[in-house]
Ligand binder design. Sequence first.
Ligand code: ADP
Length: 682
Amino acid sequence: MSTGPGSRVGRGAPTSLQTKVLSVGWAVAFLVLVGGGILFILSLGDRNDLAAATDTFVEEQRVADRIQRAVLRQIASTSLLPTGDVGRTRSELRESSDEVYGQIRRYLFLDLSPAQRLQLEEMAEEHQRLEVAGARTTDLIERGLLAEAEASRDAVALHAFRLLDKMETFLQMRENDLDTLRDRQGATVQALLAGMAVVALLFVLGTLLLVWVLNRRVGRPFQELALASERIAGGDLDVRLPPGADLESRIVTAGFNRMAESLRRTTSELEDRNRELTETLATLHDAQAELVQSEKLSAVGRMTAGLAHELNNPLASVLGYGQLMADHLDGRPTVDAHELKPFIDLLLDEAVRAQHLIRNFLRFSRKSEATLAPVPLRDPLEVATTLRGYSFQQAGLELRVEEVPDVSVRADPEMLQSVVLNLVNNAFDALSPAGKGALTIRGEKAGRSVRLLFEDDGPGLDRPDRVFDPFFTTKSVGEGTGLGLTVVHRLVSLFGGTVRAENRPEGGARFMLTLPVSAPRVEPEGPEVEKAEAADPPGEGMTALDEAGPGGSLGPRILVVEDEAPLRDLQERLLDRLNAEVWTATNVDEARVVLAEKEVDIVLSDVKMPGESGMALYRWVVESRPELAESFLFVTGDVSDPELVALAERRPELFIHKPFDIADYLARVSELMGSSANGRGE
Ligand code: ADP
């Protein structure tokens, strides 16, 4: 077998193996038939000849018996003379003589050899002499010549014996013929047996030839084919078969070689494709990681505003209370000694809150490989509400987390966070144009899994079947990448879970995550993130610090609009230093009520608050209370609202930025007091 490609040897046009086998078969059959036929015919002729010769010989014996009996009767008739009746003897002699002639004549019709014919003629002559001697004997007796008759009677006996003797010889010659025939028959049988042996030999040889041909032309090529196939299976794709001698094996080997060649080509193509795929996979893997990261970064971007707000508030408290305490230590008794401890507690609480915010933010934005571990299901939801709750509030939306089972799921904490934030952000985008609506997150156990449902009452999904497709987005260019849900899908699959999107019958979209439950809830390390509301003093809302009520002091009348209780409290205290009458409101609606009911000289307002923003209040003041427009100050940490940023650039005097320095704060308010006092004095 050759192993190199292109090692096929060309020969003349091959004969079909079928033709060859048929030829050998026909030849053997022909020889067997012809040989057998000849032998059969030969043996048939000889057998017939022998049977006929045997029958004839039996008949010849019978004729000989009859001749013998007739001759004996002639001897007996003459021996009775001279006493017997001469006439009767004569007629008996004639009858016997006729019998002998008749019988000898029957021999004449036989197929005789010349010697036998001569012998027969001698028998006839001998009988003639016998007949003559018999007639002479009767004549002599009639004539009474008894002595001569006696001699003649002896002559009869003599000729009779000679005749019988000749007949014996004749029969012997005939028997010899029969023996010869028998010998020939025996020889024929032997030849037949030998012929049959030859035919049998031919048959055996023919069969052997056939087996040899089949083995050489079929068996061996098939063995080679099997070996070559095994080598191909073992990975040796260069193996080729030499062209066979027969048409069939040529077809088979050519087919095999073609198959091996195409296998080699396909394998090498597959190897190339595989290499390309591996490279593409690696690129895709990188791209996917980039995608996850960029989606995360985009979520980080969206959270920055909320974070800044969340962070600025505790920072403002820390700075404010810190300065109050510093003043106290510097010997400026702005606060009573007994108030210091609650200040310090508040300050520490705010610092811890800021620390948690930053930790969560960093945890989320840090790039990391997927590390599957038990993650308490409630954690990412808490982080999402902390980081995005404010934006929802600002946009007049609700972000509710209801009954979530206290279980852990197997996931990567940061990635699960990313999944939750993506779904929350999408709901926010869907709800915010209408400025109303809610996203409700709830969970339920389902066997060894847990289902987490994100249901909103927004406009619902345009194409629920396509939302997970990469780059499917209904958002305008620059607003949506169409990759958020693709990443969600990939990450959830990575956790061994599923995600489904559908429209709720009552309106809005529903995303259903199914995640495998990992282990009982593991308590997160460190203290809980402090909720801003927890620090709110009881009875918040519209309050007047000065129990003496407005009018009991000649200081400026200031309205502080701030949703964060500690900051409200701090500002009240600071403004107290300026001997101001302070009214507080936690939102724009309350502020309007105060402005409608009370006389206010200065308005200090936060911007991002539940419900309407500080900008809305400012616009209302400009429109409805223009005399207050110049006494309006924004106290804000918001850096995301483009309208606000533009205003801050245009009118920086309108802004006190959180976290503020107390001295600055008091200076800015004092400035306004100067101008508004003028107004008040008028
Ligand atoms: P992107 O937000 O950048 O468009 P996503 O893959 O996150 O990409 O979302 C794909 C699309 O799915 C969105 O453009 C939007 O049409 C639709 N979608 C996602 N969430 C909601 C939802 N809560 N309500 C309505 N449509 C949604």
